[in-house]
Design a binder for this molecule. Sequence first.
Ligand code: SAM
Ligand code: SF4
Length: 335
Amino acid sequence: MLTDRFSRIHDYLRISLTETCNLRCSYCMPEEFPQTSFHQSKRMTADEIKQLAEIFIELGVKKIRLTGGEPLVRKDARQIIQQLSGFTDYEKNHDPVRLAITTNGIFVHDFIDDFKKANIRSVNVSLDTLIPERFEKITKRDYFHRVVSNIHLLLQNHFHVKVNVVVMNGVNDDELVDFVQMTRDFPLHIRFIEFMPFDGNQWKKEKVFSYREMLERIGSFYEVVPIENEKHDTAKKFKVLGFEGTFAVISTMSAPFCSDCNRLRLTADGKMKNCLFSKEETDLLSPLRRGEDVKQLIIGCLQRKHASLGGQFSPTDLPSESHPVENRSMIAIGG
Ligand code: SAM
Ligand code: SF4
């Protein structure tokens, strides 16, 4: 089992497949971000992703989420999903892994059957606004209708669908109630995410719309009831009485969930991060290519994990801008 200095068991790995994307969300991809910030030869191949995933599984990982950048823009995304699906097979594995994906939804219609074959049951789709013009402003691309229709396609195909909404003060905080309204007739799970600081994303303390503010706003329209959280949940969950779906808040900035964290991250260039906000990265890909033992590197990296937020800030001591927080940009980490 992968246990850190604070007795937290880590059994959830998020693998970034790429740091490229077909959207340009202002809060994620810096304006000057190059198409690929590292040479393609430094990116994990499909086989290397499978090898590293297997090592993490041997160490106790039970859930893998594919992310990015946009995971589905990778030309071999289908092959990667298919290879990892071997670990999800209930008949072949005594302890099968749960496979999930976070996507911007643009290519979902091409992958529905691949998700089904790979036992992917849960898909997170990002959508920050229900206003087409605003979508274009935030993402700098015109894919609003495609994303919305792909969310409905996932629902029609009985996937568990979570919609990730990054809430930014003065940008889309006026749409909270409209998103919750969507859960009236659809079994959708909306997750409002507090805006987080990363390299080059123009984060400012004043742009954070906090968990409390969100609940106040939604609570003034609806009768909201809390739902019991599952272990390791990073979202505080709620429901409007009588509605089909639920909503939740990921309150990383105002009330983080670090004491129960079970997450590890692998960037597309094969670096392990023990926290979304860790300054430190441990290169696993180069030693893997040299045929060296990677397990001890993983265990060592986890032992250096900080108690909370990579040891970089705390809710009572937020920086006013993102630059004192040392990190990659979100697109290069894998959210
Ligand atoms: N391209 C995929 C997508 O958009 O869902 C996967 C990668 S994206 C980096 C993963 C998640 O991180 C998305 O839900 C996105 O909204 C979220 N995210 C990106 N930048 C963020 C920020 N600055 N604060 C909070 N969440 C952020
Ligand atoms: Fe791309 Fe997702 Fe980042 Fe938007 S949030 S730029 S879709 S990786």
